[in-house]
Ligand binder design. Structure first.
Ligand code: NAD
Length: 274
């Protein structure tokens, strides 16, 4: 199936829509990943802390889709930061996933109070050199954290996965990303479901004969973000991927951009998160 890709600053291409599997235990992750791959997804986003890497690997194998056709992301948890710890944690993730490489490895949070994210990034650079992490990036980094790892290593993360939904748009962080050719990836792109009943969104959805989730995912795509909506329900997984055959008009995009509210953050502030 034709689907849009975004080219990363290291030349690798990432499918613009992927499946998120946070809060999905192994026995639910395997069928969800399989359903997504059968529906046409080729990108899955997990993390060591989700404790479902085994299920994700299982779902990939059950789908019958070749490993080389799947873009797989996992993330290093905060307590594993530091050079040697990272190398060990990466091996453990690969083992749980049942694969010998990931397409993208992310530092989950900067966790500034540990003072370890630069050493951690140096280990990431080595994993990329070894070819075991095809691309390396970060999550929940502010510009000051990004500046630090770039200054220390000269290696720019391919993307920064941050909380981003129509009512929390992170414009300042995105401007920094754009300047440094860092792709913005949206986590909790549907606002964890809370935006699905917003009248502006349901209004656009009714007008276009689409669902609210499809309208929001389309907004992320047309904004140039990589987006990883989560569902474990096969019909919703399929619905969230049927977003490549329609367009939001400039007026619809503007109406969604107008929902931005700096106070609508759902998750923790990365400056103080664990
Ligand atoms: P989300 O915004 O993707 O919303 C998911 C919820 O929306 C689902 O639980 C479901 O209740 C509902 N939903 C999904 N599709 C629907 C549909 N078509 N119709 C009706 N309801 C629907 O929330 P999320 O899971 O928080 O974020 C997505 C992914 O982002 C995660 O699974 C994870 O992979 C990633 N994430 C990363 C971080 C990070 O720190 N890097 C943090 C949170 C999430």
């Amino acid at each position: 199936m034709d689907q849009p890709h975004v080219t990363l600053n290291d030349g690798q291409k990432i499918p613009q829509v992927g499946l998120g599997v946070w809060q999905t235990p192994n026995d639910e992750a395997a069928p969800a990943v399989k359903a997504a791959l059968v529906a046409g997804y080729r990108h899955v986003d997990t993390a060591a802390i989700y404790e479902n890497e085994e299920g994700v690997g299982e779902g990939m194998r059950q789908s019958g889709v070749a490993r080389s056709d799947i873009f797989l992301t996992t993330k290093l948890w905060n307590t594993e930061q530091g050079y040697d710890q990272t190398m060990k944690a990466f091996d453990a993730s690969l083992k749980r996933l049942g694969t010998d490489y990931v397409d993208l490895y992310l530092i989950h949070w900067p966790s500034p109070h540990r003072g370890l994210f630069v050493d951690t990034w140096k280990a990431f650079v080595r994993l990329k050199e070894e070819g075991r992490a095809k691309s390396i990036g970060v999550s929940n980094f502010y510009p000051e954290h990004l500046e630090k790892i770039i200054a220390e290593t000269g290696v720019v993360p391919v993307l920064n996965q941050i909380e981003l939904h129509p009512d929390f748009q992170q414009k300042e962080n995105r401007a920094f990303h754009d300047k440094h050719k860092i792709i913005t990836q949206s986590w909790s792109p549907l606002g964890q479901g809370k935006l699905l009943s917003h009248p502006v969104i349901t209004g656009i959805a009714e007008k276009l004969g689409r669902t609210p989730a499809q309208v929001i995912i389309r907004w992320h795509i047309q904004s140039g973000f990589v987006v990883i909506p989560k569902s474990v329900t096969p019909s919703r997984i399929a619905e969230n991927f049927k977003v490549f055959d329609f367009q939001l008009s400039n007026d619809d995009m503007s109406a969604l951009i107008a929902l931005d509210d700096k106070n609508a953050r759902i998750g923790p502030d990365p400056m103080t998160a664990s």
